[in-house]
Ligand binder design. Structure first.
Ligand SMILES: *[C@@H]1O[C@H](CO)[C@@H](O)[C@H](O)[C@H]1NC(C)=O
Ligand SMILES: *[C@@H]1O[C@H](CO)[C@@H](O)[C@H](O)[C@H]1NC(C)=O
Ligand SMILES: *[C@@H]1O[C@H](CO)[C@@H](O)[C@H](O)[C@H]1NC(C)=O
Ligand SMILES: *[C@@H]1O[C@H](CO)[C@@H](O)[C@H](O)[C@H]1NC(C)=O
Ligand SMILES: *[C@@H]1O[C@H](CO)[C@@H](O)[C@H](O)[C@H]1NC(C)=O
Length: 350
């Protein structure tokens, strides 16, 4: 009976642990008390941010009790999470160097702060335990720093929607990042051959809406990508490495680039349910397997494709009420329903 009770209590405790907020959770319930070094660092960060209203609770009272936007480890009293978002800083501020004074942070979020400007400071490399870094929807400038590779435990990096420029540093390729979001910046140059030999699974990559050029790295063909968004760049060449019968991706968006390859040779996996290759220079015919997928989104318009739109299957590509004609328009000689033009012998043979 006693041991049964212990098992019950133990399983109750593990359920409670599962329910408690993870370090990735923004906001945070505050701390009962914090380590004096962290306390001092937070006050310096507050000053560096020009005392914004959102952290008015950070006061010089000797501890961090009930402070907004932080979480602490109960045992060590070190600050493990800092998340500030959605505030209207009254004037432009930089990410304070003092951020490096919180070496036990595992999660850092500064987002939706339009007056957060300037570069990502090198002091961020002090945060050796950081696994989660989210600095999106700000006005950050400068490069995606190569020194981020010093954050050896980083597995989530989101810098979307800033004004970052320069090229994506090759050094990132050594990090075990499974969520990499660099979209909506002004990044240029080639995509480095990321994550080579790291054997990561379940990758989410978004580099859309930049000025990236060059080819899609051949190594991407060997990655276990779940979602890949590279739309609205200047990528050239062949993207067929991304496709394959055994690939696990459910999203591939390579739209609005300058990609040029034969689409008839690619194999389509049944996992893929969102495909956008529109606005490229892709040629050849549509693979028959496209008709076997029930598409959540599908667009091959504005390319140089030819031949009959595949019929039948769960995809019902010819059904005007499924993906519809706009998904196929502006190609060289695609034909048949839902497009209005008939497949004449000439069109099919083209
Ligand atoms: C950002 O700072 C500028 C300059 O001080 C100010 O005019 C503007 O209102 C601030 N933006 C926001 C969203 O508070
Ligand atoms: C983006 O970067 C290019 C150089 O690669 C530069 O010419 C352009 O002015 C930048 N655009 C913006 C909006 O910063
Ligand atoms: C890659 O990781 C998977 C599971 O994470 C494992 O099964 C597989 O053996 C690994 N492959 C290599 C080459 O390390
Ligand atoms: C496909 O893309 C074109 C061009 O961007 C757009 O006009 C059309 O609405 C899209 N159709 C679908 C079904 O997404
Ligand atoms: C397409 O072919 C069908 C039957 O073969 C015919 O009834 C129809 O008028 C043709 N449409 C066009 C636009 O040529």
């Amino acid at each position: 009976m006693g041991s049964l009770l212990i098992i019950l209590i133990a399983s109750l405790l593990s359920v409670l642990t599962l329910l408690s907020p993870t370090t990735g959770d923004p906001g945070g319930p505050g701390c009962n008390s914090c380590h004096p070094d962290d306390y001092n660092a937070l006050l310096r960060i507050k000053k560096g941010l020009n005392n914004p209203y959102i952290i008015i609770s950070w006061e010089e009272n000797g501890n961090c009790k009930d402070w907004c936007c932080i979480e602490c480890d109960d045992a060590t009293h070190r600050v493990t999470s800092l998340a500030i978002f959605g505030d209207t800083f009254k004037q432009p501020v930089h990410i304070p160097d003092a951020i490096g004074g919180l070496p036990y942070l595992t999660s850092l979020t500064l987002r939706k702060l339009p007056n957060l400007t300037g570069p990502i400071p090198p002091s961020i490399t002090n945060l050796k335990k950081l696994t989660f870094l989210r600095l999106d929807y700000n006005s950050l400038t400068g490069p995606v720093p190569a020194f981020l590779s010093q954050l050896r435990n980083l597995n989530y990096l989101r810098l979307s929607n800033n004004k970052l420029s320069g090229s994506i540093p090759e050094t990132l390729s050594t990090l075990p990042i499974t969520g990499l979001f660099l979209d909506r910046n002004n990044l240029s140059g080639p995509i480095p051959n990321l994550f080579k030999g790291l054997n990561l699974t379940d990758l989410y990559i978004d580099m859309s809406r930049n000025q990236l050029s060059g080819g899609i790295p051949a190594g991407f063909g060997e990655l276990d990508i779940t979602s890949l968004t590279l739309g609205r760049n200047r990528l050239t060449g062949d993207a067929s490495v991304l496709f394959g019968e055994k690939k696990g991706a459910y999203v591939i968006d390579i739209s609005r680039n300058l990609l040029e390859f034969d689409f008839s040779t690619v194999r389509i996996s049944k996992q893929l349910t969102n495909l956008d290759i529109s606005h490229n220079r892709i040629y050849g015919s549509l693979p028959k397997e496209l008709s076997k997928v029930y598409w959540q989104s599908f667009n091959v318009s504005y390319n140089r494709l030819c031949g009959e739109i595949p019929s039948g299957g769960t995809g019902r590509l010819q059904d005007p009420d499924r993906v519809g004609a706009s998904a196929f328009v502006h190609n060289k000689c695609l034909c048949g329903p839902p497009l209005p033009n008939n497949c004449t012998r000439a069109a099919i043979g083209n």
